[in-house]
Design a protein around this ligand. Structure first.
Ligand code: NDP
Length: 286
């Protein structure tokens, strides 16, 4: 039976640490770290994420400000808002909730965010710094996975790590972070041949493909650590599920994250961490 990696508990522990640091920060500086969250349009999933981000800010003692713009907002208006936030001293982190409506050029918008305030770490400047291992911010989901591994006492050095998925926000940075910790990393994607065999080599498997319960026990080496990044709706009952078939994998893995309650709670927690770092880097006394 696998050890359950409890993302909810680990996230709560990290948030308590951030809240304690924030108390100290406020005493020293007379202000709180500030996060601005911008949402364009009314995508219900994005609205939930944004609400959760404000709630997390409240929990750790940050100042947060929300901007809800209509779906037909033009590029000029959004860029002007970002420009204003870039120059706003009470805002240390800026997050533009993705996806944006189709008529807006996501890359252009993300490029407009001051890299010092880019708490999602999606700006090419920050992506490049991660590549060379000299960064201030890490993208929240892969950073959350690393924190889960670390706080669960999983050693990465020398381990066979297989990351399935190569998106810019999860798979690719995840692979870099495991490499940085001296894992031997393989990245798989939709064109990978013999995916099952490659996954069966993994001491640490990170599943991030967005396919409900795709990975059953036939993909898993006995004793592997299995991290399930997936957040999907199970077609049969519409319930939230991961990319890993938990019931099949749990008996043979040595440790596994559940969905929900695994990687999910860590993502917003890492956003809080990045916002705190941003506030420190922008001249605060700590
Ligand atoms: P993307 O759709 O951007 O990327 C999916 C990746 O999986 C691609 O690289 C794709 O390959 C690969 N892939 C798809 N199908 C297969 C397959 N059958 N075999 C092997 N590889 C495959 O997704 P994201 O990276 O944004 O997200 C992945 C999952 O993680 C989703 O379920 C998402 O909801 C979840 N997620 C969860 C978060 C959290 O906080 N827990 C945060 C972010 C994402 P190719 O490149 O060849 O197309």
């Amino acid at each position: 039976m696998a050890k359950l990696i409890d993302g909810k508990a680990i996230a709560a522990e990290i948030r308590r640490e951030i809240a304690a640091d924030t108390e100290k920060f406020k005493k020293e500086n007379g202000y709180a770290p500030g996060l601005a969250v911008v949402i364009v349009g009314e995508d219900p999933a994005s609205q939930v994420y944004v609400r959760n981000k404000h709630r997390a800010c409240e929990e750790v003692g940050f100042y947060s400000r929300g901007y809800e713009l209509p779906a037909d907002t033009d590029e000029k208006t959004l860029l002007a808002l970002i420009d204003e936030l870039n120059g706003d001293d009470s805002i240390h982190g800026i997050l533009v909730q993705l996806p944006l409506p189709r008529h807006l050029d996501e890359e252009k918008i993300l490029l407009a965010i001051d890299p010092k305030k880019d708490v999602d770490a999606f700006h090419p400047y920050n992506v490049g710094r991660i590549m060379i291992g000299n960064y201030d911010f890490l993208p929240c989901t892969p950073a959350g996975v690393m924190a889960l591994l670390e706080r669960s006492g999983v050693t990465i050095e020398g381990k066979e790590c297989v990351v399935v998925g190569r998106s810019n926000i999860v798979g690719k940075p995840q692979a870099l972070l495991l490499l940085e910790k001296n894992g031997t990393v393989t990245v798989c994607h939709s064109r990978t041949k013999n995916l099952r065999e490659v996954c069966r080599r993994a001491d640490i498997l990170v599943a991030a493909i967005g396919k409900p319960e795709f990975f059953d026990s036939s993909y898993i080496k006995e004793g592997a650590v299995v991290i399930d990044v997936g957040m999907n709706r199970r077609p049969a009952d519409g319930k939230l599920c991961g990319d890993v078939d938990f019931a099949s994998v749990e008996p043979i893995a040595s440790a596994i994250t559940p969905v929900p309650g695994g990687v999910g709670p860590m993502t917003i927690t890492m956003l809080m961490k990045n916002t705190f770092t941003a506030a420190k880097k922008q001249g605060a006394k700590v």
